[in-house]
Design a protein around this ligand. Sequence first.
Ligand SMILES: *Cc1c(COP(=O)(O)O)cnc(C)c1O
Length: 442
Amino acid sequence: MSDCRQRHPHLRQTDPDLFALIEKQTEAESTTLKMIASENYASFSVLEASGSILTNKYCEGYPAARYYEGNEVVDQIEQLAIDRAKKLFGAEHANVQPYSGSPANQAVYRAVLRPGDKVMGMPVPEGGHLTHGWKVNFSGRDYLQVPYGPDPETGLLDFAKIRKIAREERPKMIWVGATAYPRKLEYEKFAEIAAEIDAYLVADIAHINGLIVAGVHPDPVPHCDMVSSTIHKMLRGPRAGFILSKEEDRYQEKYHSSSKFNLAKRVDRAVFPGLQGGPHMNTIAAMATCFKEADTDEFRRYGAQVAANAKHLAESLMARGIQLAGGGTDTHLLILDFRTAEFTGKDVAEALARAGIIGNFNMVPGDHRKPFVTSGVRLGTPALTSMGMKEPEMEKVAGWIDEVCRNMGNLDEVTPGVRAEIAEFCGQFAIPGIRDRAPATR
Ligand SMILES: *Cc1c(COP(=O)(O)O)cnc(C)c1O
């Protein structure tokens, strides 16, 4: 399986144009440093399940309660995914049908809120996700966002401020989760605030689920009514989302006294038939095997190494004079802060990409530049860690990043050399879903 000559043998024959494009993308993802914090490398097993004949099955409904016949087998597959998700996260209830993270979040709203309700979340420029109430998203159009975010000076969340906003605005739900916050999220403190104002507390762990599984980030499950997630980011699953929840709704009397359904049931009904039709059984099968892969000591070591690598990279960059939002990282991601530089986040992200370091430009707390320019660059370690990289490799990566940043006026000369070094360097590693061994050691 590790040989590219065996990849997609049918597609190669029937659609050489598409085959060539996929090969090109494979080449790009094996010769550059994949440092987009939300990306990773799914395993061969996950890819096989995703590409299996389960793609053919229609099975609207839930295990043992379907609207189609012939679902004896897929019932077992979905139940396997549900049971493994519950076990992995210690959750009372799991729904594995959301097509992706954004639909999962849509279902979270529909399970407990009515249009027009107030929701506390971080705006996109402050590190939140579109679905946490941002104005151009359904969540900002159908619900009223009460914004909170990191302090512009420190880049850290300030709980005195968050509590004050919550008490004044009394949102019905609080989102805790981010796409670009490098520090720990203290769910326990959010839970205290939510309880004071009778708000639902929801964690969105799309980015950091692997750290939670590894036990190197606080666990939201005991503190939150619902936990939503993607599975294709740090967990290395197929592209999909899932929702964990408590069985009972602690505010049933207060907000849902007329409903005969508990919270778990309302989550399920929000996903199907509320928002979606037939579940993607090929994806759910891939989720099942991803949950199995994640429930191992090997994965827990991986998650811990992701955080250790990010910390080491952060320290190496700061030692070289590069500033980081929030003063460093506790997670898998760092945000390089170029607020005081002449060049922008976009300039640096493009320069790094030319050198073979693929990240994205990103707003930093207190940013004075526009969202399509920004002063920040977001980088993450999940994919590099999946290749087997550790602290010594992070040292090298820091050196390359620094070299590009110090030569922003001189990119034509510097980037081709760095890019060649990185391509050679990547060749020393196995890559999940692409090759089992480094080509050099074959
Ligand atoms: C990625 C992400 C999502 C949405 O996931 P999609 O699968 O892209 O829809 C939701 N919330 C957070 C915090 C994310 O990082």
